[in-house]
Write a protein that binds this ligand. Structure first.
Ligand SMILES: Cc1cc2nc3c(=O)[nH]c(=O)nc-3n(C[C@H](O)[C@H](O)[C@H](O)COP(=O)(O)OP(=O)(O)OC[C@H]3O[C@@H](n4cnc5c(N)ncnc54)[C@H](O)[C@@H]3O)c2cc1C
Length: 374
């Protein structure tokens, strides 16, 4: 396997790194404290062509491969995980439309998803259906040339700023279908952002549908393909969350290393105490392992190999490692790590959700075990 990056992959990583270091990092703490959506960052991502990173050039995108996307997301997440998750959900929606959409749907939605006004939201989870996606209750009933949606969705990332919502709804006895619902469609209400532990700049809201009429032309894929579409979107999405986790581990490692050299205890820098060195070493190893598994999984996808199991492994390994790394980062900082004045406190909170969304760690293990035992 050739592990060298292509010019396009290097360039995308460099562009993302520059934005992250010059702009995103400095703003991250305030956006977190204010629970403010990163509107400026989304505009900058759009200007740099990073919002439509994997969208085909024919639809105004940068047509980057999954490896290039993963590398860019790692850089963004290293500075601000809330911006990174906004970008990753937008990409998930754009890729799903690229893969499953009609020409008319691609022409309408893909250019929109490259813009700050047209961000994508992915609406699968409901109050009574998270891991158990077969328990969905939100219904879409066919009525002439339309479908009428009724029901609830919860925990929908970017809902306050989304231009298009990819909504999974029940259309028959055992049938779920996927719909593209435009922002402002009558009968769809977006709730208030949830008060969250971390990634607070990313807005996560409930959606309420009551007699929400959507043209039948907005059905994505065929009737009954909703769960297949959602699960394939999540397979790819997990590479995104793994990348986000790798970026966060990197941030923890950098913070720990810097602080361990600056802070002294018992007459020498704490970096000279072996226990501290071990925390740094363990984090460096986990960073390397998570990055390697994430990038090889991205590569598998790019060359057309099956990657469902590997994506679950990458997400499981990287998200759990991000939590261990954030724990160690706070530990190395001692009491200061518990203060909101220090970045590691935010990293610790931002890491927590990584083992929950886009499939919990338990669900990743189910996917992996199913494949191993098959
Ligand atoms: C910040 C945030 C953003 C999110 N963004 C989105 C979004 O944009 N779109 C969207 O659709 N959803 C989103 N989600 C929802 C997220 O994907 C779900 O929270 C997640 O899938 C888990 O579902 P649940 O919360 O209902 O937990 P449950 O499914 O109720 O699980 C509770 C616990 O039981 C365990 N469990 C459940 N079933 C099994 C099993 N079979 N075997 C072993 N253990 C099991 C779980 O692992 C977990 O530990 C988001 C969530 C958060 C917190």
């Amino acid at each position: 396997m050739d592990l060298r990056l292509s010019e396009e992959q290097e360039a995308a990583r460099e562009t993302a790194r520059e934005l992250a270091e010059k702009k995103l990092l400095a703003r991250a703490a305030k956006l977190d404290a204010d629970e403010a959506f990163p509107e400026e960052a989304v505009r900058e991502l759009a200007d740099l062509g990073l919002l439509g990173m994997m969208t085909p050039e024919s639809h105004g995108g940068a047509a980057l491969d999954t490896v290039g996307y993963a590398l860019s997301l790692m850089e963004i997440a290293r500075a601000d995980a809330a911006v990174a998750v906004t970008l990753s959900v937008n990409n998930l929606v754009a890729e799903t439309i690229t893969q499953w959409g009609t020409d008319a749907q691609r022409d309408k939605y893909l250019p929109l998803l490259n813009t700050p006004e047209g961000l994508g939201a992915f609406a699968l989870t409901e109050p009574g259906a998270g891991s158990d996606v077969k328990a969905l209750r939100c219904r879409a009933a066919r009525d002439g040339d339309s479908y009428v949606l009724d029901g609830e969705k919860t925990w929908i990332t970017s809902a306050t700023h989304a231009g298009v919502f990819l909504v999974m709804a029940v259309t028959g006895e055992k049938e779920t279908s996927a719909f593209l619902v435009d922002k402002g469609t009558a009968g769809m209400t977006v709730g208030k952002p949830e008060p969250k532990m971390g990634q607070r700049g990313s807005h996560t809201c409930a959606l309420h549908f009551s007699g929400c009429r959507v043209p039948a032309a907005n059905l994505l894929g065929k009737p009954g393909e909703g769960l297949k579409i959602a699960l394939s979107a999540l397979d790819a999405g997990r590479i995104g969350i793994a990348s986000l986790s790798v970026g966060l581990i990197r941030a923890c490692l950098e913070e720990m290393t810097r602080y361990a050299k600056e802070r002294s205890a018992f007459g020498k820098p704490i970096a000279e105490h072996q226990a501290v060195q071990w925390m740094i070493a363990d984090t460096a190893v986990e960073h390397e392992a998570a990055e390697a598994l994430t990038l090889t999984t991205a590569w598998r996808r790019d060359v057309g190999q099956p990657f469902t199991e590997k994506a679950a492994m990458a997400k499981l390994l990287a998200s759990e490692a991000a939590n261990r790394s954030a724990y160690r980062a706070v530990q190395v900082f001692g009491g200061y790590g518990y203060s909101r004045e220090y970045r590691v406190e935010r990293l610790y909170r931002d890491a927590r959700v990584l083992t929950l969304y886009e499939g919990t760690s338990e669900i990743q293990r189910l996917v992996i075990a199913r494949n191993v035992l098959a």
